[in-house]
Ligand binder design. Structure first.
Ligand SMILES: Cc1cc2nc3c(=O)[nH]c(=O)nc-3n(C[C@H](O)[C@H](O)[C@H](O)COP(=O)(O)OP(=O)(O)OC[C@H]3O[C@@H](n4cnc5c(N)ncnc54)[C@H](O)[C@@H]3O)c2cc1C
Ligand SMILES: *[C@@H]1O[C@H](CO)[C@@H](O)[C@H](O)[C@H]1NC(C)=O
Ligand SMILES: *[C@@H]1O[C@H](CO)[C@@H](O)[C@H](O)[C@H]1NC(C)=O
Ligand SMILES: *[C@@H]1O[C@H](CO)[C@@H](O)[C@H](O)[C@H]1NC(C)=O
Ligand SMILES: *[C@@H]1O[C@H](CO)[C@@H](O)[C@H](O)[C@H]1NC(C)=O
Ligand SMILES: *[C@@H]1O[C@H](CO)[C@@H](O)[C@H](O)[C@H]1NC(C)=O
Length: 532
């Protein structure tokens, strides 16, 4: 007797779950139709033969595309602002969890994968990518789905002497990028992308479009650095253009351990934040193969990769005065236009035409885990040597050391939610990447980077230890629960935002009290008592 009943029960369950998925989609479409005057484009459902390639399209971290990671019920590509408004209204009405993506570079895949809350649907803003540059007004309106590369290109199309100080990697989506800060090679001169935002248009939890005047200064403050997807959906940013000279200079000078990398890097730590504001020298640190007395052996290479807002003669004078230890020579220097410096810093081969920026192609797509630190005291040479030992044990480690100082030290910690300003010498990004999706690889590389992070705790401030929200790291606070709990949140909240976290919580509580816009590390609505 039990057998047929069980069978019927299973059948009922199965058909119920099929019906759920199909009817969520149907109900969603009906609701969209009722809430938008613009025709609704076809949704991309899981049965669509292109579902995986649409989902993969801009996703950067392959860890979050593995078959074991939950996939959205369907993907919706809005082509009008009203579609975004309707999507918010309908996701709320149908009580279905919503994730949204601009450029797909989230380090923990939070814009396209939800490991904690299922089912969920994905709103992909890739088709909202228009850019309107107004040189006379020194500004541009940029829709969320545009990449920073496209923004740079459209600016350079209209002027050789205007630029925008945001990320180095050309495929970043401007929508998510600015929500966390957005730094790049002009940060020492002009600050972050988020420091150069004049206005924004956002869809709030009620599906209404608010500009700066309508949202008010608290919310406008919160969206410029408070992290993605906590307050609403940015439709477009109005950015302030900055002046760039017609000729800029770039260089990359590598030094291996055998060439005295340790001493030079120790020196760089003392000068990098004090250099001329026009000069940005970051250090890319990797393990490479070197020929040593005819034998191949692994070594650490530190590559000094720089942008100078001026010509080579003047750069050489600056370097001779402030950092002669690097030994920069005239033939290391490449004079070029600002837009070509963007391609150079992003890592494109030297003959690549700027039009490549319009393709939004990513140069970096693999399985990876990353972490960040802010350094306020030079790391001694013995500390560096311990670091080299650890790097040499890993397959493909990468560190990027990014200088602070200049304008970064001139902006107050509370001007926007991004708090890492005066007192920071540089930021470290640690990355390990691998190319196969096995659990074994993942465990091995995650263990390695967590060990490295523990090792580095001796050399960075620890109360709180600081981290960059755009380098999202779900290890912080170890929050793996469904909804953000406030006790855990305050661990990463303090690390990403320091004293600004509390104000972010206040703004969040006011504009989204039911916590509709949420993910594993979204700003929580209330803090438990005694957290502050
Ligand atoms: C290869 C690589 C290079 C990078 N280089 C830099 C760099 O040079 N400088 C730097 O500062 N950072 C850099 N980053 C980090 C990058 O700034 C963040 O990952 C940023 O969040 C990416 O924005 P996105 O739109 O591409 O990502 P998405 O994954 O689409 O979004 C990131 C987060 O923002 C939310 N979000 C997306 N769109 C919106 C929107 N319209 N409104 C509100 N929230 C939204 C998402 O839900 C998600 O939580 C890099 C990342 C990668 C992978
Ligand atoms: C598959 O999804 C794409 C993107 O949403 C859509 O344009 C296309 O019409 C879909 N195909 C089918 C058969 O539904
Ligand atoms: C999408 O990415 C996953 C993970 O890398 C891969 O297994 C799959 O083949 C990709 N699919 C498509 C259609 O690109
Ligand atoms: C660097 O400056 C010193 C004087 O401080 C000068 O003697 C030397 O020639 C300069 N070198 C270069 C390459 O400019
Ligand atoms: C930062 O402030 C200092 C001191 O006022 C000033 O000399 C410097 O030019 C400023 N830097 C930038 C990039 O504005
Ligand atoms: C998370 O919070 C939302 C809003 O408060 C609530 O609707 C949802 O049921 C919660 N999810 C879980 C799993 O607790």
């Amino acid at each position: 007797m039990a057998f047929p009943i069980l069978t019927i029960f299973v059948l009922v369950l199965l058909s119920a779950s099929c019906a759920t998925s199909a009817s969520v989609q149907e109900n969603f479409i009906q609701c969209l139709d009722a809430n938008s005057d613009d025709p609704i484009p076809a949704l991309c459902s899981r049965s669509n033969s292109s579902f995986t390639s649409f989902l993969n399209s801009t996703a950067q971290n392959l860890r979050y595309l593995l078959p074991s990671v939950p996939k959205p019920e369907f993907i919706f590509f809005p082509s009008h602002e009203s579609h975004v408004q309707a999507a918010v209204i309908c996701a709320r009405k149908l009580a279905i969890h919503l994730r949204f993506r601009s450029g797909g570079h989230d380090y923990e895949g939070l814009s396209y994968a939800s490991e904690t809350e299922t089912p969920f649907i994905l709103l992909d803003l890739a088709r909202l990518r228009s850019i309107d540059v107004d040189i006379d007004d020194n500004s541009a309106w940029v829709q969320a789905g545009a990449t920073v590369g496209e923004v740079y290109y459209r600016i350079s199309e209209k002027s050789k002497t205007h630029g925008f100080p945001a990320g180095l990697c050309s495929s970043l989506g401007i929508g998510g990028h600015i929500t966390g800060g957005a730094y790049g090679s002009m940060m020492r001169k002009y600050g972050l992308g988020a420091d150069n935002v004049l206005d924004a248009r956002i869809v709030d939890v009620n599906g209404e479009i608010l500009d700066r005047a309508a949202m008010g200064e608290d919310l406008f403050w919160a969206i410029r650095g408070g992290g993605g997807a906590s307050f609403g959906i940015i439709l477009e940013w109005k950015i302030k253009l900055v002046p760039v000279p017609e000729t800029v200079t770039v260089f990359t000078v590598p030094k291996t351990l055998e060439q005295g990398a340790t001493k030079t890097l120790y020196r760089w730590q003392q000068v990098a934040d004090k250099l001329d504001d026009d000069l940005f020298i970051r250090v890319m640190i990797q393990v490479t193969n070197a020929d040593q007395k005819g034998e191949r052996s692994r070594t650490v290479t530190t590559a000094y990769n720089a942008l100078y807002l001026g010509d080579a003669d003047s750069l050489l004078r600056v370097m001779n005065r402030s950092f002669p230890e690097l030994g920069l020579t005239r033939k290391d220097c490449i004079e070029t236009s600002w837009i070509k410096s963007v391609l150079y810093i992003a890592g494109f081969p030297s003959d690549t035409p700027p039009e490549v920026l319009l393709q939004g192609k990513s140069l970096f797509k693999n399985y990876f885990k990353a972490k960040s630190d802010f350094v306020q005291q030079p790391i001694p040479e013995t500390g560096l040597e311990g670091l080299w030992e650890r790097l040499l044990k890993e397959d493909s480690p990468l560190m990027i050391w990014n200088p602070y100082g200049g304008m970064m030290a001139n902006i107050s910690e509370s001007a926007i939610p991004f708090p890492h300003r005066k007192g920071n010498l540089f930021k470290i990004q640690y990355v390990t990447s691998w190319s196969d999706g096995s659990d074994e690889s993942s465990v091995k590389h995650m263990d390695w980077i967590r060990g490295l992070y523990d090792y580095m705790s001796a050399y960075v401030p620890t109360s709180p230890r600081a981290a960059y929200v755009n380098y999202r790291d779900l290890d912080l606070g170890m929050n793996r629960n469904k909804n953000t709990s406030s006790a855990e949140a305050s661990a990463w909240g303090d690390m990403y935002f320091k004293g600004n976290f509390q104000r972010l919580v206040q703004v969040k509580s006011k504009v989204d009290p039911d916590n509709f816009f949420r993910h594993e590390q979204s700003i929580p609505v209330v803090l438990e008592q005694n957290q502050y």
